[in-house]
Design a protein around this ligand. Structure first.
Ligand code: ADP
Length: 573
């Protein structure tokens, strides 16, 4: 990473930005910038500074200053987009505008079940806020960082767990700052429009999508729909029996989802994913092999009580509704594997047991004996039992760091119990996430396509399938690598690009992508890209906002290459 002296325009621009947000909220020291740019992907672009505005007006003034001084900005909400690029830009030289200080919950409307929030509101904060005010409403979360931004994830079209798990689908009403400094609201209503946060389609063209997975504006406020707390919630875990094809299960799940018996964005995970939740990489087993062989995996499955494929979700409603749906699921899945329902009471009992174990070392006599007893009675292991309360909580919108710990799978250090931060702790993980029509036949095709690539590059084939809607599922593939090992990192990167190419050539688009391949994400969709570029050219001709994000406005800009003074931008107040 470079230590070159700053260009005069950058210096002047940053001086103006310092005036706007205050000295304390600008970080331009190269070493500190490098530290903040750390991510778990194999390569990051280098920003020139991090800026932390405190309110909408400061964001607006920053945009104007950037336009005037020829700078580019990379807006993010809290910058926890780990595995896709955290808070790092798509091109070198952008200034990251992190809005974590703008973290007000502006309104909770209990009657109509929605909230209005700023970008810096995290899952943990929104969840706690709803509890504090006694609202009988749940905010959906992901199984990722509790400190992640509710808005940031929704704008990236991230997926959660409950029936409100399509996060972008829950947004209703956005306030956006455009590249010329104008502030607009989506929805086409007047400023006193009474349905801004209740009627998603508004009146006239629906423009909300322009500000998701794009670089046409900075979103400073959104309305988000919340889930009324149901009378009953029962989570479930389904383990596919040996000998049953996973494609058969996908077909069964689709039918259940289409008829609403499956209401959540269930996660169907293979044994490698389960192993990464249960423990860290058993490097000592390798004995010269580049990756865990099938025989080694079989041993690990036995050791931890892991099925080849597992999925989990939850049922919600009145007690009668949940009971009726339990029967439907049992009937449909009986011949395919083992279904276990988990109630609040059971979770309470597990929590009590785990609390008693808190003071006991994990490899001490008490834990080992209990582990044996659990294995004998259920075939499971203590690490799997430990995950149950976290899994159950997430199904109710209660965020947890527990599953994020899986990012430490190949990390040389032991993973932490709390304060989990894989970017800080030097983990290596990259997501490739094509989306497929929800049929067993498409899943078989994607497995045939990707499994040999993982094998060729010497990585375990990690596969999680997340229901996006009853007709589509996201195939989340993770490449875990040791970032300290330069050869392994290079291999991981090659595999990453091969997976993107292979899935794209087979007709599977990415549901979301990382800064590593945004420049070629529309390679096979030229007309679409040209339309997006035309919109970019009309709204942000100087390419101030997030150049290169999702392959739009790549090209040149700004201070990193600038030798001539930029032309003064016209700003509209
Ligand atoms: P999280 O904290 O949930 O990980 P991020 O803030 O990292 O979310 O958001 C993910 C990506 O979405 C960012 O890198 C940025 O490109 C885009 N983004 C996030 N928030 C905004 C916003 N308020 N306005 C415009 N783009 C945003």
């Amino acid at each position: 990473m470079s230590n070159q002296p700053m260009r005069p325009f950058l210096e002047a621009g940053l001086a103006r930005i310092r005036e706007i947000v205050g000295e304390a909220h600008v970080v331009a020291d190269p070493a500190e910038v490098d530290r903040r740019a750390r991510d778990i992907i194999a390569e990051v672009r280098r920003p020139t500074a991090y800026v932390y505005p405190g309110d909408r007006e400061e964001v607006r003034l920053i945009v104007e200053a950037a336009a005037e001084h020829g700078l580019s900005l990379w807006p993010c909400s809290r910058g926890r987009n780990w595995g896709y690029g955290g808070s790092t830009p798509a091109v070198d030289g952008s200034i990251v505008v992190n809005m974590e200080r703008m973290n007000r919950v502006l309104e909770v409307n209990e009657e109509l079940a929605y909230a209005r929030i700023e970008p810096g509101v995290s899952y943990r904060q929104l969840n706690e806020h709803l509890k504090t005010i006694g609202a009988k409403l749940w905010a959906d979360c992901t199984d990722g960082p509790p400190e992640g931004s509710v808005m940031g994830n929704a704008l990236e079209r991230g997926i959660g767990e409950t029936p409100y798990g399509d996060h972008f689908g829950q947004l209703c009403g956005m306030e956006v700052i455009l590249a010329d400094g104008r502030v607009v609201r989506t929805g086409g209503g007047a400023p006193d429009c009474k349905t801004w946060n209740t009627h998603r389609w508004g009146c006239g063209p629906v423009l909300d999508g322009l500000f998701s997975q794009s670089n046409l504006g900075i979103v400073t406020e959104v309305g988000i729909w919340l889930m009324p707390e149901p009378e009953c919630c029962r989570s479930y875990i389904f383990e596919i029996a040996d000998g049953v094809e996973v494609g058969q299960v996908v077909d069964a799940v689709r039918k259940l989802a289409l008829t609403n018996a499956i209401q959540t964005n269930i996660h169907l995970i293979n044994d490698v994913v389960s192993l990464s939740v249960a423990t860290q990489f058993p490097r000592e087993l390798l004995g010269g092999e580049p990756r865990l062989t099938e025989e080694m995996m079989a041993g690990q499955r036995k050791k931890f009580g892991i099925a080849r494929w597992t999925f989990g979700g939850a049922l919600y409603g009145s007690r009668e509704q949940v009971r009726a749906n339990q029967r439907v699921l049992r009937r449909a899945l009986r011949s395919l594997g083992r279904l276990t329902f988990v109630s609040d009471l059971q979770v309470w009992a597990v929590r009590l047991l785990l609390r008693m174990l808190e003071t006991q070392p994990e490899d001490g006599l008490v834990c080992r004996t209990l582990d044996q007893a659990i294995r004998l009675t259920t075939g499971k292991s203590l690490p799997l039992v430990r995950s149950v309360p976290h899994f159950h909580g997430i199904q109710k919108g209660i965020p947890s760091e527990y599953f994020l710990r899986h990012a430490y799978f190949k990390c040389a250090d032991r993973r932490p119990e709390s304060d989990v931060n894989p970017a800080r702790d030097g983990c290596g993980l990259m997501w490739v996430a094509p989306i497929l029509p929800m049929t067993g036949h498409h899943l078989d095709e994607i497995i045939e396509l990707t499994a040999p690539l993982f094998e060729r590059y010497g990585f375990e084939h990690y596969m999680a399938l997340i229901l996006q809607n009853p007709r589509s599922m996201i195939n989340l593939m993770s490449i875990f690598f040791d970032p300290e090992d330069a050869t392994e990192r290079a291999r991981a990167l090659e595999l990453y690009h091969e997976l993107v190419t292979a899935t794209s050539n087979a007709g599977y688009q990415q549901y979301r992508t990382s800064v590593l391949c945004m420049d070629r994400i529309f390679e096979r969709a030229g007309d679409f890209q040209r339309l997006a570029e035309a919109l970019k050219g009309a709204l942000d001709p100087d390419n101030v906002l997030a150049p290169g994000r999702y392959g739009i406005g790549g090209g040149e800009r700004k201070e990193a290459t600038l030798d001539e003074p930029p032309r003064a931008a016209t700003t509209v107040a």
